[in-house]
Design a protein around this ligand. Sequence first.
Ligand SMILES: Cc1cc2nc3c(=O)[nH]c(=O)nc-3n(C[C@H](O)[C@H](O)[C@H](O)COP(=O)(O)O)c2cc1C
Length: 224
Amino acid sequence: MNMLDAIRNRKSVRGFKSDPVPKSVIKEILEAASRAPSAVNNQPWEFFVVTGEPFSKIRKECAEQFRAGEIPHSEYNLISWMKGSVYWERQAELAKHIFQVMGIPREDKEKRAQWMEQGLRFFDAPAVIFICVDKQLSESGPLLDLGAAMQNICLAALHFGLGTCIQDQGVMYPKVVRKYAGIPESKRLVIAISIGFPDSESIANRITSTREPVENITNWIGFD
Ligand SMILES: Cc1cc2nc3c(=O)[nH]c(=O)nc-3n(C[C@H](O)[C@H](O)[C@H](O)COP(=O)(O)O)c2cc1C
């Protein structure tokens, strides 16, 4: 796959086969991730890769907390949108699209909650990569570097036929994640990436997100 094809083919995968992902493959993916650029080469990323029993426990307890009415809340507010803004409209369009593809009626709160729970269960991926940074570093600076590493993970995963879903949902019950992934308090838990072989039967994997045309988001200066 050439580079542009890989970039164009990457998409969020929300339905996985149960087949395990070999540690050696994830290691190679993380080696590719760590080739990402970072400010002054400080390489702020740290990975906690979880599978098997500890991951099952994270999944189970996150779902239990959600069902018990514990409001999902990450330590880090990565996503924000102002009501009425274009950002609000885009997230609303995505949600509408997902619910439409999944056949979930807007007013069906139970089914919507089940979908949320699916996300909190990491869409049953066989493994997850939690990305952390040391608390000695500033809160915002490393996020640029982490973004580059995240994209490397998602693209490198394609090379092995794997799919990924970057998930802030995956860090919404941080105490649960910290407990089973062994993440110390000295580290900020920033984001999760679910990883596994995509389930081609999964309806969720039919979702294709839209993009704003480049002309709407680019200012060309000095060109003819
Ligand atoms: C920082 C970040 C957090 C995200 N969190 C979630 C999430 O919690 N659940 C989910 O299903 N997708 C999540 N996504 C995936 C986005 O919804 C997805 O990237 C976007 O809709 C574009 O679709 P695509 O990845 O298929 O191109 C997240 C993506 C990013 C970059």
